[in-house]
Design a protein around this ligand. Structure first.
Ligand SMILES: [Zn+2]
Length: 582
């Protein structure tokens, strides 16, 4: 009992002293913010950068010839900006390269109609220009196959149901976020658990996989497959052929497939309706795709502004450079890449001398599963949850990563990824940029892009809350420069530059989230406070004690609040208010 009393007294003393230390707000270099704003708003180059990328470089499918050309350009651009240690860095054996070089589709009968579409990636070419009759073929089960056996030779098939267009949704357009909207995001103070991948139900033995359906078409002598997966007029959505992930984007997989063409809803539906009338539809189609003959590595591109006295410590910003293949994907994520490059350009232009190294990363392989950033993080920083990877020396030296990938709208705030300890820091950095509409802080964790690669291994990685803007969004044939808005991207580049600079200049590295799991000092403390369950000290030590620790004593009051909350001592809303108050 005596020792428990001593420990409690020690905790009390630490809390009192560190609460005193915490009264200081994180410092903001307002002169530097002024310089960044002046350069970013009065001499911006962000539209020139994003314009070149979208208009001249175009689409950049991971490991395409298009991508190889574009990444050389980026490396040069980084050099021009004045970055050092610029590198095109391979991250994995990816597959064979694939590029669409030519495509045309026309309806010839019963009426001439030029049509809009594009081939799915990693599909083969047609055998020259083909003219073919078409047929609706709706196959889901093994039984459905019987109906079509022997009927499909020499045909092009319409393989999906007709597209449904939601005119009401279209009429509602895309409003920007208003203050009520942002308030709602902020008021969701209880972190929602991240969506867990639900294990798929046991496969229905009668249902055919997409790859099996394509295989059936191929053995039956089908010439090409048409599909429509878009619900908006004019818009074509199409990704990779079925099976690419399983066969690793392989040449064999590509050649074993058929040409698969995504078609715009109006044209697809027109053919469909004519066929339902029992009137034949004849089309002309030509696809020429170029494929590599050997497996190659896909790449990330990186460059740095070197740090000074803390140059071994790393602050990162970035976005994904790869896109789907049917348009330059101006909003997904070319705009993010331009913002990241413009942010470092601004910092170089004003002669910033950050203490920590600021590294910009333009990732590859994001669209196929966040491969580039994940492999990079594992290689350079490690993964404490995976003993095969382990913790690399860079893990402890890493501070923070900021990402843009929710379209091209202005930054309106930031998601904390559950990290309460980042709240006060971000709030103070945001202070001199309130007039940009950059005000909201949400505790929620968000997913589906490259900051997740950092977050998953316990490193601080953040994604901004962004405005929604009109446009088609990514993954379509119509995502071009025209819908990007210069004001939004200028604001984002300024904010990205300020955040990168402040993170590089702070006295301490960004505190890390999931303290209970990652901080060796905290976990026993949490357990002591809880007085609830008997402590499994052996488990605590074996699992937690080897984890790196990045929190100084000044964070302990926050740690305590988080700990009590985590254990159920305080409702989360109060924890939020208390944290803000401190
Ligand atoms: Zn994206």
């Amino acid at each position: 009992m005596k020792s428990i009393a001593k420990i409690l007294l020690a905790i009390f003393v630490i809390i009192v002293f560190s609460a005193y230390a915490l009264n200081e707000s994180p410092k903001v270099d307002v002169d530097m913010v002024a310089k960044i704003r002046e350069e970013g708003f009065q001499h911006s180059q962000v539209m020139d950068i994003v314009g070149y990328m979208t208009d001249v470089l175009g689409a950049r499918l991971t490991l395409s010839e298009d991508m190889k050309r574009a990444q050389d350009w980026v490396k040069n651009k980084m050099g021009e900006i004045g970055l050092v240690n610029t590198v095109i860095e391979p991250f994995m054996d990816y597959g064979v390269s694939w590029d669409n070089e030519y495509f045309s589709i026309h309806m010839l009968e019963p009426d001439y109609q030029p049509m809009v579409g594009f081939p799915l990636s990693h599909t083969p070419s047609t055998k020259g220009k083909i003219t073919s009759s078409t047929m609706i073929v709706n196959i889901k089960t093994k039984k459905d196959i019987l109906e079509f056996r022997g009927e499909l030779s020499g045909k092009v098939v319409l393989s999906t149901p007709p597209a449904e267009i939601d005119l009401v949704k279209m009429a509602q357009a895309t409003p920007r976020r208003n203050s009520e909207d942002l308030k709602q995001i902020e008021e969701q103070v209880i972190p929602q658990p991240q969506r867990r991948r639900v294990p798929p139900p046991p496969p229905d033995p009668d249902l055919l996989k997409s790859t099996e359906i394509i295989e059936f078409f191929k053995t039956e002598g089908v010439l090409a497959v048409l599909e429509c997966r878009s619900g908006r007029p004019g818009l074509v959505r199409g990704f990779a052929r079925p099976g690419t992930k399983d066969d690793g984007w392989s040449l064999e997989g590509n050649l074993a497939s058929l040409p698969i063409i995504a078609v715009t809803p109006e044209h697809y539906n027109r053919m469909y309706r004519i066929l339902i009338r029992d009137i034949p539809v004849t089309i002309e189609l030509e696809v020429r795709n170029r494929m590599g003959d050997h497996v190659e590595k896909a790449n990330n591109i990186l460059g740095e502004i070197p740090g000074t006295d803390l140059k071994d410590e790393i602050v990162m910003i970035g976005a994904h450079f790869d896109t789907w293949h049917a348009s330059p994907n101006a909003s997904d994520d070319t705009a993010g890449c331009a913002v990241a490059l413009e942010a470092v350009r601004i910092l170089k232009a004003i002669g910033a001398q950050p203490r920590r190294t600021i590294r910009v990363a333009l990732w590859g392989g994001e669209e196929q599963g966040i491969h580039g950033s994940r492999e990079y993080v594992h290689k350079h920083f490690g993964n404490p949850k995976d003993p095969d990877i382990g913790i690399k020396p860079g893990y402890d030296k890493f501070s923070v990563y900021f990402n843009q990938d929710y379209g091209a709208g202005a930054f309106r705030g930031i998601y904390l990824q559950g990290n309460e300890f980042a709240r006060r820091i971000f709030a103070s950095w945001m202070e001199p940029m309130q007039d940009l509409g950059f005000t909201a802080i949400s505790i929620q964790s968000v997913g589906s892009t490259d900051h997740v690669s950092f977050d998953r291994v316990g490193l601080p990685g953040f994604q901004f809350i962004q405005d929604r803007i009109p446009g088609t969004a990514g993954h379509t044939n119509l995502d071009f420069l025209d819908t990007l808005q210069a004001d939004d991207l200028m604001k984002n580049a300024v904010i990205m530059a300020v955040f990168a600079y402040q993170a590089a200049m702070s006295d301490e590295r960004m505190p890390r989230e999931t303290i209970v799991r990652y901080n060796k000092k905290l976990y026993p403390l949490c357990c002591l406070i809880s007085f609830s369950e008997p402590l499994d000290w052996e488990g605590i030590f074996s699992e937690i004690w080897q984890q790196p620790c990045n929190l100084g004593p000044r964070h302990w009051p926050l740690v305590l609040i988080q700990a009590v909350t985590a254990i159920g001592g305080l409702p989360s809303g109060q924890s939020h208010n208390l944290t803000r108050a401190i």
